[in-house]
Structure formats: structure tokens, C-alpha cells
Design a protein around this ligand. Structure first.
Ligand SMILES: [Zn+2]
Length: 283
């Protein structure tokens, strides 16, 4: 979700509650009769409000359109935005932690930027980075690649989040869930790096863990599957480069062995072998 959508959503919610209306009451007043669920998506920032709806919302709420829009001259601190997102999925504790995380990460020394890679297709971007970094054999040292892209890896403790990438004023910061398997952490790091290099977000991207995502993104109609798929595609190409997988496969065809060599999960390696047409899909 974009930070603009989150800010507009907060303004809609504030204006609605000032009037004492429920989401259903607001929906019923709007021309076009959106569902209360649509209102809830707008308010949480999970769906961007279109121009026609914005004009209609302003009319019904008795506001000027600009009152529903953030002022581009004053950017809210990103910690506060992260907090707002977590509050909207009713994760109060997480909201506080996210804000504290942003504050703490802002003080940390930054890694130096070694490689700059222009966004292209997920595969081309991953391959360009591997070439720039001179990576020639598995396992790909993902932490070094992330740091070399100028991204700070900052440890923290969020139970409900799988991964997080955020552009702070001091620079980009990534976090992964250390309670998960090493192979999963490596994949999440590569996935977040993909979001960053492919320029999928403006200020932050948050991967909610199972419980919250069921609550927050479960059947969300405009959840950006394309961006998620592209980030996964990038991660697969980065951690399991085609040339290296083919070379290793020529020596040993066992997916478990290859997975251990590349430090990825057997499932991830299984998909990769099928994608590279080295093995048949298992039915
Ligand atoms: Zn993602």
C-alpha cells in the first residue's frame, strides 16, 4: 500500500467519525453506493481512492477536496506512517514497535553503497546485481548483497511481520523475522531487496505474518500480486541463478542436495528446477 493512500484513508476516517457515521452509513450516502467493505479498504489505505470517489467523498463529508489530501510540503515521519498502518489492522503493540524501530534504525551507521542497479525485469535486475557484485558460486551471500545496495539490515523483534523494507530519511532499512528458518529468512531478504530495486513502493513495504495478513490482506481484491510475484521471481533468480543451478544440476540432480548447496528451502529449489525445465513438475 502507498503512504499516500494511508494518509488519505486516515483523513476519510477522521472526517467520518467526526460526523458520527459508521462505514455503512457513509457508504449509503455516496453516489454509486460503494459497499462498507470498500470504505474500510479506503480508510486502511489498502485501496487508493479514485478521483471521482474523492470528489464524492468530499461533497458528502462537507469538506474541500484538499482537506482529504496530504500536504506535499510536509511529509509525515515514516515511523508515524508505519504506526498508522499497524493501528489500522488493530495491532497496537506492533504499531508502537514499528515506530520505535524506525527511530532506532535512523541512528544506526549506514553501510556504504557499492553497487547501483537500474530496475529492469526481475531476472535481469537480479543478474545485473550478481554481475556487479562479482558473485560466481553458491551460496549467494545475501546479507552482503543487501548491504552493498546501501540497505541497512536492522535487527528487531516483530512477531507479526515476515519482512519489512522502509525508506527512512537516513536511507533504506530492511528487517526479517529471525524466528523463522534460515532459508526462509534468506528468501525474505532477497524478496525485500527485489521490492526495493524494482521500485515497488515509495516509503515502505510491510509483509504481515499469517495472522495479520488473514485479517488485513486475506481477500483484499487489489492486493498487488504482481509486485509480490515479481519480488519472488527476483529472489529466485538472485539466490538460485540459472547458470549456477544448471552447473550444479549437471553434477547432482537431487533437489535436497541442491537446496543445501544454495541455502534455500527444498520447496524453493523444487520450483526453480521446474521453472528452468530441468525437472518435470510433481503432481
Ligand atoms: Zn512483498
Amino acid at each position: 500500500m502507498s503512504s499516500t493512500a494511508v494518509e488519505v484513508g486516515q483523513r476519510i476516517r477522521a472526517a467520518r467519525t467526526r460526523r458520527g457515521w459508521s462505514q455503512a452509513e457513509l457508504a449509503a450516502r455516496l453516489a454509486g453506493q460503494p459497499t462498507p467493505t470498500a470504505i474500510s479498504y479506503w480508510e486502511s489505505g489498502r485501496r487508493s481512492v479514485g478521483l471521482d470517489d474523492l470528489i464524492e467523498l468530499a461533497r458528502v463529508l462537507g469538506l474541500g477536496i484538499s482537506e482529504l489530501l496530504p500536504d506535499p510540503r510536509e511529509q509525515r515521519p515514516v515511523g508515524a506512517l508505519l504506526r498508522a498502518v499497524a493501528e489500522q489492522v488493530d495491532a497496537q503493540q506492533l504499531a508502537e514497535q514499528l515506530e520505535a524501530f524506525a527511530k532506532d534504525a535512523e541512528q544506526r551507521p549506514r553501510p556504504s553503497l557499492l553497487w547501483e542497479v537500474a530496475p529492469a525485469s526481475p531476472r535481469d535486475t537480479a543478474e545485473a546485481l550478481l554481475i556487479a557484485a562479482g558473485v560466481k558460486q553458491p551460496p549467494v551471500r545475501i546479507e552482503e548483497l543487501v548491504a552493498g545496495c546501501g540497505i541497512l539490515i536492522h535487527p528487531w523483534d516483530f512477531e507479526d511481520v515476515d519482512g519489512l523494507m522502509v525508506n527512512l530519511e537516513s536511507g533504506p532499512v530492511v528487517w526479517v523475522n529471525k524466528t523463522q528458518a534460515q532459508t526462509r529468512q534468506r528468501f525474505t531478504l532477497a524478496h525485500e531487496l527485489g521490492h526495493k530495486l524494482l521500485q515497488h513502493f515509495d516509503r515502505f513495504h510491510l509483509e504481515f505474518g499469517n495472522e495479520l495478513s488473514q485479517h488485513a490482506t486475506g481477500s483484499h481484491p487489489e492486493f498487488d500480486w504482481r509486485a509480490e510475484r515479481a519480488a519472488n521471481d527476483f529472489a529466485a533468480n538472485l539466490l538460485m541463478p540459472a547458470v549456477m543451478v544448471r552447473e550444479a544440476f549437471a553434477q547432482n540432480e537431487d533437489a535436497q542436495t541442491l537446496a543445501a548447496l544454495f541455502k534455500v528451502s527444498p520447496a524453493a529449489m523444487g520450483f526453480r528446477l521446474v521453472n528452468l525445465r530441468l525437472t518435470e513438475p510433481a503432481f
